[in-house]
Design a protein around this ligand. Structure first.
Ligand code: THU
Length: 156
């Protein structure tokens, strides 16, 4: 038997350590969370996607009384970006979440389905997407969603 060890690297940063561009993207993700439709979970997530042409497309979670019919903020934002700018690669994506009127202290990480959709956007444009996961205490940064999705399904 062989064993394979997979390592990922996550940068842990404070807000002040970020570049101006990344600060702005996080602020836009936070702002987008206020427009979430989350009457069932009361958990509002905002996402801001920075495209290579400088345009920022935002999204937020959209819930439904028939639970699976809703959609996470990450997919809402990325699908909107791809629908409106099908030829422009996303280069960074910031995620922020709030509940009970407070942003989370620790970074929020996307669900498995959203990771797979973000990976598809990387594959589609052949470019990695920097991800910024916001928490009030600290921020996680990864250079690609592959860091969050080891052994991803992507070989077809
Ligand atoms: N949610 C997101 O929009 N993004 C995430 O990364 C995690 C969870 C949404 C789905 C649902 O509307 C609510 O948050 C609670 O799970």
């Amino acid at each position: 038997m062989q064993k394979k060890r997979i390592e990922i690297e996550v940068k842990v940063l404070s807000f002040s350590e970020l570049s101006e561009e990344k600060k702005v993207l996080i602020e836009k993700a936070k702002e987008a969370s206020f427009a979430a439709y989350a009457p069932y979970s009361k958990f509002s997530v905002g996402v801001a996607v920075l495209l290579e042409n400088g345009i920022v497309v935002v999204g937020n979670n959209q819930e439904n009384v028939a639970y699976p019919s809703g959609l996470c903020a990450e997919r809402t934002a990325l699908f909107a970006a791809n629908a409106n700018y099908p030829n422009v690669a996303p280069k960074a994506l910031a995620i922020a979440a709030q509940t009970g009127g407070k942003f989370l202290e620790n970074p929020i990480s996307p669900c498995g389905s959203c990771r797979q959709v973000i990976l598809e956007a990387e594959k589609r444009f052949g470019k990695e997407i920097v991800m910024l996961l916001f928490g009030e205490k600290n921020i996680y940064e990864v250079t690609s969603v592959r860091s969050l999705l080891p052994l991803a399904f992507d070989e077809i």
